[in-house]
Design a protein around this ligand. Structure first.
Ligand SMILES: [Zn+2]
Length: 281
């Protein structure tokens, strides 16, 4: 498959650096797989809306200040946020969870997170030294042996510690009824390796073993997944922004069956370079 330049990570100013002015970073809703849209509404953290045919699932909920964009994006593609049945959180950090409480109150949705990260949610929910957390109530915890099912979707969870102790990745298949083609899709729940330096692990109560586990998981397990559409949790993980197509419903631009493996291996390499004493580099 011809390689697409947009899967190279990039740095750009983004909503998370300027939370007072989320409208400056507004991004339309766009489709990523046949029945999944990014409705995050800004150029930083993604929120994925799954149309299961029997209600909606949302992976991650963005910032508190960008919540109005998320709700607007859901409406803009013809869905109702009150139809969200399940909210799946990739990890406990503020940029993924701060819209959760309001969305759960609006929809009555279940709120899922890993047991491991719920511990950190409880530990940091009142800590205002970093980004303020908006507290929410978890109702369900992932069991990687029991996929989450609703309507057309079966979403497999995989505990992938490193970025946080309970970061959770997601895999699913999605079929385009028009072409009959089924796509294997995956989102890693925490490939921000900056949090895996010794200093950052200490700041947030992570352990070196989790960083080393991240490397092992990426190299020995995740890189071997066959993924047609790699779904980023932040737009800058794949230079997504300039590549959103004019036709927002055209998910075909995101099909890149080489990109997942490359991404997993390159992230693992970055972490290995943080711990040279543990690896032959
Ligand atoms: Zn994070």
């Amino acid at each position: 498959m011809e390689k697409k330049i947009f899967y190279a990570p990039v740095n750009h100013p983004r909503c998370g650096d300027d939370l007072e002015h989320p409208w400056k970073y507004a991004v339309p809703a766009y489709r990523v797989t046949p029945h999944v849209w990014n409705v995050g509404g800004q150029d930083d953290v993604c929120s994925y809306l799954f149309d299961t045919g029997e209600g909606l699932i949302l992976i991650d909920t963005g910032y508190r200040s960008s919540l109005y964009l998320l709700i607007d994006r859901i409406h803009s593609i013809g869905y109702d946020p009150r139809d969200i049945k399940k909210i799946l959180l990739s990890h406990w950090h503020w940029d993924h969870v701060n819209g959760c409480a309001a969305l759960a109150a609006l929809s009555g949705a279940q709120v899922w997170i890993s047991k491991e990260d719920e511990v950190f949610h409880q530990r940091f929910k009142d800590d205002t030294s970093e980004m303020p957390m908006v507290d929410y109530t978890a109702t369900n915890f992932y069991d990687d042996d029991k996929p989450i099912t609703l309507g057309r979707f079966t979403i497999h969870t995989v505990l992938t510690p490193g970025h946080t102790p309970g970061a959770t990745s997601f895999r699913w298949e999605d079929t385009d009824e028009v072409t009959g083609k089924t796509y294997r899709c995956a989102m890693h729940g925490g490939i921000g390796v900056g949090l895996m330096t010794p200093k950052m692990l200490e700041r947030f109560g992570g352990k070196k073993e989790e960083a080393l586990r991240f490397v092992k998981d990426c190299e020995e397990k995740l890189a071997n997944w066959e993924v047609d559409i790699p779904v980023p949790s932040h737009l800058n993980q794949g230079n997504v922004l300039p590549n959103i197509p004019e036709d927002r419903s055209d998910y075909s631009v995101w099909v890149a069956d080489y990109a997942w493996r490359e991404s997993m291996l390159s992230r693992a390499q970055l972490v290995k370079e943080m711990y040279p004493e543990d690896y032959d580099l």
